[in-house]
Design a protein around this ligand. Structure first.
Ligand code: HMG
Ligand code: MG
Length: 325
């Protein structure tokens, strides 16, 4: 049966029955906006995402405010989210960031490494190994306090300065993050250059390294329109955690070729069509992204947001025309 605003569910073999969406719009999305979004708008955004059924919503970053001024209000924002029945991970690059996050009661943090030297320098002002050394006490202290730690790894496929990134180079840093104690890894295609065979190759190599697929999430940016195809390749490989950003907001201010993340709505459309449960109410999510687009002053790049909000507008016009008759 087809429900209006949803695709018909036709399961395909070899796929999971449930996927956990790690929503990054409020962090990865808003860190890249030219203007700084008011704290109250960010808080409302996160509340609306939770009401739409997302259960893991990355809230903000405790990074240096001069590096990412868009998220400099982390101390003001985080308390406005207390009481929400969702996980609210935050990014922390170092012990100073961890102290700030713990002081506010954060229970999930994420460190963020790079597979390449160029991006480690641009994003963290460190070499890859120096940044791993910076994360070490962060992970150790977080784990000792029972805090869940995600380890992001950027530039897993390609890098704007170095080109294609060799798989063994990526595996080495993944291994280091796991050995450090990270509970899960998120494999970042920061500039969106991955294609499905490359995703499959990396996931196979990580499996051969003994890193369980249950500890892996994927984080695709949609620069070349490959994010959904890459996600499907990852799902076929057994991945069940997928990062996405409501409305397709996002990018990285330290990698100019990074555009928005895979839009959560596009992901939910595909997963719903495959009969995979996400717990997300697509209509409410689209309404949230349309609302956020209004705050940002530009339309969402998500195809699904555009298609469904267009359908809604047409429905509304039809209803109004009917009333006038
Ligand atoms: P640095 O300049 O080398 O910092 O930056 P430092 O360690 O030399 O410290 C200098 C000063 O900054 C000190 O103050 C510190 O206390 C202060 P001073 O003693 O001079 O008065 N400081 C801080 N203040 C507040 N909060 C902190 C903090 N740390 C130091 N946490 C640093 C190093 C890591 C801090 C900087 O490079 C930074 O903040 N980088 C963050 C970059 C960022 O947020 N990038 C975007 C997120 S990553 C991403 O988007 C990719 C991802 O989505 C996955 C993908 O797509 O690939 C995750
Ligand atoms: Mg990202």
């Amino acid at each position: 049966m087809t429900v209006r605003g949803l695709p018909m569910a036709v399961p395909a073999p070899g796929l999971p029955t449930r996927v956990r969406i790690h929503e990054v719009g409020a962090r990865d999305g808003l860190q890249n906006e030219k203007s700084t979004v008011p704290t109250a708008v960010k808080a409302e955004f996160v509340h609306r995402l939770a009401e739409a059924g997302l259960t893991t919503i990355e809230a903000t970053s405790f990074v240096h405010p001069k590096w990412v001024p868009q998220l400099a209000d982390a101390e003001q924002l985080f308390p406005l989210l207390s009481g929400l029945p969702v996980e609210l991970p935050v990014l922390v690059p170092n012990e100073r960031g961890l102290d700030r996050a713990l002081a506010l009661g954060a229970r999930r943090v994420a460190v963020f490494a790079s597979a390449t030297e160029s991006f480690a320098k641009a994003n963290l002002n460190r070499t890859v190994d120096e940044s791993l050394a910076m994360f070490h006490p962060v992970v150790e202290r977080a784990k000792a306090g029972g805090v869940h730690v995600r380890g992001y790894l950027s530039m897993c496929f390609g890098d704007p300065w170095e080109g294609a990134v060799p798989v063994p180079q990526v595996v080495r840093v993944c291994r280091a993050l796991i050995d450090m104690g990270c509970d899960e890894l998120s494999l970042g295609d920061t500039i969106g250059v991955a294609t499905p065979g490359h995703v499959e190759e990396l996931l196979t190599a990580l499996g051969e390294e003994g890193i369980p697929v249950s500890a892996l999430g994927v984080h695709f940016h949609d620069t070349y329109g490959q994010a959904l195809a890459n996600t499907l390749a990852a799902l076929r490989h057994g991945v069940t955690t997928v990062d996405a950003s409501a409305g397709g907001l996002g990018g990285c201010p330290f990698a100019k070729s990074a555009t928005g993340n895979l839009a959560t709505e596009d992901l939910v459309w595909m997963l719903t069509g495959l009969g995979i449960d996400t717990g997300v109410d697509l209509g409410r999510l689209v309404a949230t992204s349309v609302w956020m687009a209004g705050r940002l002053g530009r339309p969402s790049p998500s195809r699904t947001v555009r298609a469904l909000s267009h359908e809604d507008a047409e429905g509304q016009e039809g209803r109004e025309a009917h009333k006038e008759q």
